[in-house]
Design a protein around this ligand. Structure first.
Ligand code: C2E
Ligand code: MG
Ligand code: MG
Ligand code: MG
Length: 288
């Protein structure tokens, strides 16, 4: 197509294509060796129970520290890992790592691990999870597997069978990023989820207008009536927290409480942010 535009443009265009391809190939090659070189790690973000305002578990989030580029966002490398099939090895490593780590936490704490749709393809996923649970000695009820609607979009019988296998084991299944994918409501019918995670885009817009508020209210009442827990993602302010709690949201996650951190920096007893922190966030009300 570039050639049809004329020779001048084609000459300009092709090196750019080459550069992009080269970048992509280098990126892939780097990612291929990242696990062996010890560049992959897991960070943990607390999950807070809105009834007690205390930490009740963590979500495991994969991290890649590239020797030259520094921290690479999962939003950038997970899709590449999916395209290249590297996600199977990376995903299994995170699963084993997170479950081993959870064995050191208070026994009632949950551990959430994200799964990509691609990981359901090999047919080995259930076996991997069972073996990782056994190796860590973790009760299946403590493990929450987070899947996005894309898993259900392409759901083969095998994917659904795997999900039911998890349920039968007692593992909990959460629908991540709810509201951002396709046909959200029919997806909720196709599988008995334990948790709905409200996408952070709705939480962010809570204060900007009535629309996001209505959507969040709807998702929470939907989840509640279906007997599911509802977790709001991306909670950054006390105002958002208060609103979500008032609406009956059961759990929250977000920078208000903590950013994802390496396991050694976790403090389970950390009292969640004090009301004073919230005051610092908003307008000072002492004067006037
Ligand atoms: P996610 O599962 O929806 O994770 C939530 C994302 O929101 C995380 O980004 C987290 O750091 C970020 N976050 C948490 N609280 C706040 C907040 O208050 N404000 C804002 N602005 N962001 C917040 P992260 O770690 O960059 O991960 C991005 C996505 O990458 C994840 O979204 C998940 O879909 C994927 N991902 C991460 N780790 C894994 C993994 O081990 N396996 C798979 N398959 N996907 C993963
Ligand atoms: Mg998640
Ligand atoms: Mg999410
Ligand atoms: Mg997400």
């Amino acid at each position: 197509q570039a050639k049809a535009d004329g020779k001048g443009r084609a000459r300009l265009f092709e090196p750019a294509m080459d550069a992009h391809l080269l970048f992509r190939k280098t990126f892939e090659a780097d990612l291929r060796g990242a696990l062996q070189r010890g560049e992959i790690s897991v960070h943990y973000q607390p999950l807070v129970d809105t009834e007690t305002r205390s930490i009740c578990g963590y979500e495991a989030l994969m991290r890649w520290q590239h020797p030259v580029r520094g921290w690479v966002s999962p939003a950038e490398f997970i899709p590449v890992a999916e395209d290249t099939g590297l996600i199977d090895a990376l995903g299994e490593w995170v699963m084993r790592q997170a479950l081993q780590e959870a064995a050191r936490w208070p026994d009632h704490f949950t551990v959430a691990v994200n799964l990509s749709a691609v990981q359901f393809r090999s047919g080995a996923l259930a076996r991997t999870v069972i073996s990782a649970l056994a190796a860590a000695g973790i009760r299946p009820e403590r493990l929450h597997l987070e899947i996005t609607e894309s898993v259900l979009l392409a759901a083969s019988d095998q994917t659904l069978a795997t999900l039911h296998q998890f349920k039968n084991l007692g593992v909990r299944i959460a629908m991540d990023d709810f509201g951002t994918g396709y046909s959200s409501l029919s997806n909720l019918r196709s599988f008995p989820f334990d948790t709905i995670k409200i996408d952070q885009s709705f939480v962010r817009d809570l204060s900007t207008g009535p629309e996001a508020l209505s959507v969040v209210q709807l998702i929470i009442s939907l989840g509640t009536s279906l007997g599911m827990e509802t977790t709001a993602e991306g909670v950054e302010t006390e105002a958002q927290y208060a609103c979500l709690q008032a609406l009956g949201c059961t759990h929250v996650q977000g920078y208000l409480f903590a950013r994802p951190k390496p396991a050694r920096e976790l403090d389970h007893a950390a009292s969640p942010p004090l009301p004073e922190d919230a005051a610092a966030d908003g307008e000072p009300s002492k004067t006037s």
